[in-house]
Design a protein around this ligand. Structure first.
Ligand code: SF4
Ligand code: F3S
Length: 108
């Protein structure tokens, strides 16, 4: 499956969720995640993300490997709703796009 990585946190543009043919995305307060059991590896979502947050689990960038399990855990157990329509990004998304270490902000 594909995986939403750290760059999404507090940028949360939601462009990805609109194009997914399988409605894989789940909406948390600060980030979206992909349900790994639903993703068909079509890669359609990848170019939609303005901050380049989405990668295949087989090709995660260095330091982002933990996000495969983070997506799986949050998609399966956090109770976050399916998202298929665009929502406004946070007003301060551009500032958060400059921050590299954001995973501590994820609600557990
Ligand atoms: Fe949805 Fe395709 Fe992205 Fe998987 S790779 S989350 S199926 S758009
Ligand atoms: Fe996040 Fe990019 Fe989607 S910022 S919500 S993965 S478009």
């Amino acid at each position: 499956p594909f995986v939403v990585t750290e760059a999404c946190i507090r940028c949360r543009h939601t462009d990805c969720a609109v194009v997914c043919p399988m409605s894989c995305f789940r909406a948390g307060p600060d980030v979206l995640v992909i349900h790994p059991d639903e993703c068909i590896d079509c890669a359609v979502c990848v170019p939609e993300c303005p901050v380049g947050a989405i990668f295949p689990d087989t090709g995660l960038p260095a330091g982002q490997e933990a996000f495969a399990a983070i997506n799986a855990r949050l998609a399966r157990h956090a109770g976050w709703p399916v998202i298929t329509e665009r929502e406004a990004a946070p007003a301060d998304h551009a500032r958060w796009a400059e921050v590299k270490d954001k995973r501590a902000l994820l609600a557990a």
